[in-house]
Design a protein around this ligand. Structure first.
Ligand code: H2U
Ligand code: ZN
Length: 346
């Protein structure tokens, strides 16, 4: 009989309808877990050369105000523009092309240049959540915006352009690809079962209790059954909230707490400032009704074995299907067993 902690197998991602490959027998190789204690950060609280710090000039020539909380500005080099023509000039079915409109913003989390989310208290994280909510409402209310994607590239390994704590907002008329896949899966599941896909999934994860890393009253942090990245995490609202603006006060405080506990554990894993891309998947903002949408965030961190040894999505992943060695259960156990206090403060 198949033993998922020993035998190569495929796992299904019900949110995207895609399969991935697990090769647990390879992870039995002896653990080379060198911990390269990264030297403590020596960044200043204010960096005169940083284009996100309060009072500084940005690359485009605009200056930041002397902000004291969060700060949002329109991206000076936006990937999308508000006035793009929307016609479809090609009629050939093999050459489809569509004009796409959107708004891109940069979301500064804190005036302090030297902080990361992992080093913030839950109380410092809460204003970031309020900013995400306000920005979703503000941008999502434009009639040409159908979807608001909030995300963060953290760390040089993920290609972020500045260590200053910040995220981004990219919004579009149409749904981005990943959101489109999730919409179809969640819609079909809800039509068949009358509950959200993630509500049923969460209930089953709670029952099995093998992949949960952290939970509080309103949020659950887990390594999903179908995770691809070694320490990939899904952060799910226990109630099927549809968007960040939908969250009430207690849910926002609890989200701050969950983000704090997760990012501290991430940093403690390899005793380094843990890189990742993260972002929320919320309901579209085109004015439709989305009772099947269940708010969640994905964390996709590249590190595998140490502060420098990362997983690459190459070869078979690009040409075949994504693959991992250490199982989701092993990854969850490692994250769960880590201390809750940041390694630089312990
Ligand atoms: P990342 O660190 O995730 O790359 O995000 C930084 C964004 O900030 C990036 O999209 C923008 C870049 O276009 N930016 C400005 O809008 N103004 C600047 O002065 C520099 C960078
Ligand atoms: Zn800065």
């Amino acid at each position: 009989m198949l033993n998922p902690s020993e035998h190569p197998h495929r796992r299904y991602n019900p949110l995207t309808g895609e399969w991935m490959l697990v090769s647990p027998h390879r992870a039995k190789r002896p653990w080379q877990g060198q911990v390269e204690d990264t030297p403590p950060d020596t960044r200043p609280a204010h960096d005169p050369t940083c284009y996100l710090c309060p009072g500084n000039k940005r690359a485009g020539g605009n200056a930041n105000p002397h902000y004291s909380g969060t700060f949002v500005f329109d991206n000076d080099f936006p990937a999308l523009l508000t006035d793009t023509p929307t016609d479809e000039p090609e009629t050939h079915p093999l050459f489809r092309i569509q004009g796409e409109r959107g708004i891109c913003r940069v979301l500064c989390y804190n005036p302090r240049h030297d902080l990361t989310v992992a080093e913030m208290d839950a109380a410092d994280i809460r204003p970031i959540i309020d900013m995400w909510a306000e920005q979703t409402l503000d941008v999502g209310s434009r009639d040409f915006i159908g979807y608001v994607q909030i995300f963060e590239n953290r760390g040089a390994m993920m290609g972020h352009s500045s260590p200053h704590p910040h995220g981004q907002l990219w919004s579009t008329s149409r749904l981005p690809r990943e959101v489109d896949k999730e919409l179809i899966a969640q819609r079909d599941y809800f039509a068949a079962h009358g509950v959200t896909l993630l509500a049923d999934y969460l209930a089953e994860e709670q029952r099995r209790n093998e992949r949960i890393v952290y939970a509080n009253t309103y949020w659950t942090v887990l390594v999903p059954f179908w995770a691809i990245w070694p320490f990939e995490v899904l952060l799910v609202s226990n109630r099927p909230a549809r968007s960040i603006p939908n969250l009430d006060d207690a849910e926002r405080d609890a989200l701050s707490d969950a983000l704090h506990h997760l990012t501290v554990r991430y940093d403690n894993l390899f005793r380094t400032s843990f890189p990742y891309s993260m972002g929320f998947h919320q309901q579209p903002t085109d004015g439709g009704d989305y009772p099947f949408w269940h708010l969640h965030a994905h964390f996709y961190p590249p590190l595998l074995r140490s502060a420098t040894v990362r997983k690459f999505m190459v070869g078979y992943e690009l040409l075949g299907t994504p693959q991992r060695d250490i199982t989701a259960e092993q990854a969850a156990a490692r994250l769960r067993d880590l201390p809750d206090i940041h390694y630089t403060k312990a």
